[in-house]
Design a protein around this ligand. Structure first.
Ligand code: NAD
Ligand code: DAU
Length: 370
């Protein structure tokens, strides 16, 4: 039978114990946030052996990790978390101390057109990993940790007032958020039932480099640069709380190393923006960078049919993380957005690569019918 775990860039760290003190499995490490987490762990912890497991769906891209792929403490494994046997085998082959689980189907619009994929990866895939960890770590759970990376969308939608805290009741509205809520419940159930050492974080909207251009900010940047319409759902009144992705990766590092088992930590930017205001700001930044007349890019704004079940407002109260573990966002949004725009302008090749292939089909089916 062929080995379901195809590996590449493999350095046989197993044979060199001085290099492999702590083994960490990161799932979804070829995606947007995962690649920032992998980069941080590989660069900041040279004594750790970081195994990045990813299926390489349309959202996973090894080009996101070119700068660290040859490091001796990094290994890539191509596998699907829905494959229970492959996950069991992986945990037999590697004695993981930590798991940082990010692999997921992550786009709300895709969950509306194809919910079952979200159930398979986000729910079944997570349970497969929990089972693999539970069996591999049986009777030797001390010092180990299963870290589940989740979203603020599990809490549902806010009105004009208030913020999500760690005790806000779950109230998901999209198939995506329902699948993430379900996975969170399974993670807690494995802690309560089997004593699995787990920790969960729920984060607000991320932005930054390597963000796949199906999501609002990179999609808008790409469309403005190419003078294409910027699709704004509904009246653009929905509010999101934006956090620079490297601040999220740092929060994950802090929680992984200093959080408490069984706890949940909210992560957010204290940075709420109405979609339409954010798009206008992006237009102004790009008018300057592209030497256009002020107001030229704004003419591309096109109001389109609203997203079904569109949550009005997200806002995270991250006081617990600040008070207990000392984490705070580092970057002002205007500065972060400008850095992000610069990154996309300097990385047109990356953008062209990820928007070739199926992207056009996705884009046409998502936007031409609106
Ligand atoms: P992404 O879509 O950019 O990346 C997901 C990665 O998971 C990809 O590399 C993909 O190939 C991989 N993957 C998908 N299905 C898989 C499978 N069955 N087996 C193995 N790998 C698979 O997502 P992202 O935006 O980086 O989000 C990462 C995690 O963080 C997700 O769990 C998401 O719910 C959560 N999150 C995201 C945000 C955000 O703003 N993007 C905010 C809070 C939480
Ligand atoms: O809050 C955390 C979540 O943030 C993560 O869990 C998700 O994985 C991530 O995709 C993100 O979800 P959102 O639905 O908030 O992100 P998105 O970029 O898809 O949309 C942001 C807002 O912009 C939302 O109100 C919908 C709107 N939008 C989006 C797109 C793609 C538009 O108006 N036009 C668009 O073309």
């Amino acid at each position: 039978m062929p080995n379901p775990l195809k590996t590449c860039n493999f350095t046989d760290l197993e044979k060199n114990p001085t290099l492999s003190k702590i083994k960490i499995l990161v799932t979804g490490g070829a995606g947007f946030i995962g690649s920032h987490v992998v980069r941080r762990l590989v660069n900041n912890y040279p004594d750790y052996h970081v195994v990045n497991l990813d299926k390489l769906t349309y959202a996973g891209n090894l080009a996101n990790l070119r700068d660290i792929e040859h490091k001796p403490n990094y290994q890539f494994v191509k596998a699907d978390i829905v494959d229970a046997a492959a996950m069991q085998q992986l945990f037999t082959e590697h004695d993981f101390q930590f798991v940082v689980h990010l692999a997921a189907e992550s786009h709300v619009d895709r969950s509306i057109s194809n919910p079952i994929e979200f159930v398979m990866t986000n729910v079944v895939g997570t349970v497969n990993l929990l089972n693999a960890a539970r069996h591999a770590w049986k009777d030797r759970m001390d010092g180990r940790r299963f870290y589940h990376v989740s979203t603020d969308e599990v809490y549902g939608s806010l009105g004009d007032e208030g913020m999500f805290t760690e005790t806000t009741a779950y109230d998901p509205h999209s198939p995506y958020s329902a699948s993430k809520a379900s996975s969170d419940h399974f993670v807690r159930a494995y802690h309560d039932t089997y004593g699995l050492p787990v920790v969960i974080s729920n984060c607000s909207n991320n932005y930054g480099s390597y963000h796949f251009p199906e999501k609002l900010i990179p999609l808008a940047i790409n469309n403005i640069v190419n003078s294409r319409p910027i699709p704004v759902y509904g009246a653009g009144e929905n509010v999101r709380d934006w956090l620079w992705v490297e601040d999220h990766a740092r929060a994950i590092d802090v929680i992984l190393h200093t959080g408490k088992n069984g706890e949940t930590y909210n992560i957010g930017g204290h940075n709420e923006w109405k979609n339409i205001d954010l798009i206008r700001l992006l237009c102004r930044i790009l008018d300057k960078k592209l030497n256009r007349n002020t107001g030229d890019s704004e003419k591309l704004i096109t109001f389109v049919k609203d997203r079904a079940g569109h949550d009005l407002r997200y806002a995270i109260d991250a006081t617990k993380l600040k008070n207990e573990l000392g984490w705070m966002p580092s970057l002002q949004f205007e500065e972060g957005l400008e850095k992000t725009v610069d990154w996309y302008l300097a990385n047109q090749e990356w953008l062209n690569q990820v928007t070739s292939g199926d992207y056009k089909n996705y884009y046409d089916s998502q936007y031409t019918k609106r």
